[in-house]
Design a protein around this ligand. Structure first.
Ligand SMILES: Nc1ncnc2c1ncn2[C@@H]1O[C@H](COP(=O)(O)OP(=O)(O)OP(=O)(O)O)[C@@H](O)[C@H]1O
Ligand SMILES: [Mg+2]
Length: 192
């Protein structure tokens, strides 16, 4: 794949998630597909796409519909598989041990969709806690950004001057703001 799965934000390397490649074709039901495309359409520079919630009986095609609409817009597709255990941080950035022992920051499918201009599907989002939904509020409203506590400060080599920290202590968490640029269509579908 030609994508570079690593980007740098404020001096920190962020390993991106991979988009979903294989999706089944959408058959029939053009009307509902058009409704979703309309929800994601932008008509002015300061427009932001809606984040519709798709509701329906199991197996009716909600996830397939969201994928089909994203493909019609030629957007990369990222799926967050939500559960009742999904925590706010799971939706953003997860620190893991890197191969050489350091910390590696893994962007969630949602953050990857934000920075790459893709579509994020919060699959089974109805199972997610209110706390996790609330953590996405700034992304879904006019603020179009999320704050994430990504990791304890590991050493002077991690974090540049532009990184806002939560406090003055060396163990204070690094806080970073992941902003969603306005110049491209973004969408996030939440499946019920
Ligand atoms: N209009 C359609 N065109 C093509 N495939 C469809 C369509 N509707 C449903 N399917 C197929 O039905 C199956 C179930 O679809 P999907 O997983 O999208 O349903 P869902 O509503 O998300 O289900 P769940 O509520 O269990 O998450 C898939 O194999 C999907 O490809
Ligand atoms: Mg589904």
């Amino acid at each position: 794949m030609s994508l570079n799965p690593v980007i740098e934000i404020d001096g920190i390397e962020l390993h991106l998630a991979r988009p979903v490649e294989e999706i089944p074709p959408w058959i029939g039901q053009r009307e509902v597909l058009l409704q979703l495309l309309a929800a994601w359409s932008l008509f002015a520079d300061d427009d932001a796409p809606l984040n519709p919630r798709l509701l329906g009986k199991p197996g009716v095609g909600k996830t397939t519909l969201a994928c089909a609409a994203a493909r019609e817009l030629e957007r990369e597709i990222y799926i967050v598989q939500a559960t009742t255990d999904t925590r706010p941080e799971d939706l953003l950035v997860t620190p893991v041990l890197g191969p050489s022992g350091g910390v590696r920051y893994m962007a969630s499918p949602l953050v990857t969709a934000m920075v790459r201009g893709g579509v994020c599907i919060l699959d089974e989002g109805n199972r997610m806690s209110e706390k996790s939904w609330a953590s996405l509020a700034p992304l879904l409203d006019h603020r179009r950004s999320v704050d994430s506590v990504v990791a304890p400060r590991q050493g002077p080599d991690i974090g540049g001057a532009t990184i806002r920290r939560g406090g003055g202590s060396p163990r204070a968490p690094l806080r970073r703001r992941l902003e969603q640029p306005r110049d491209r269509t973004r969408g996030a579908g939440a499946n019920g």
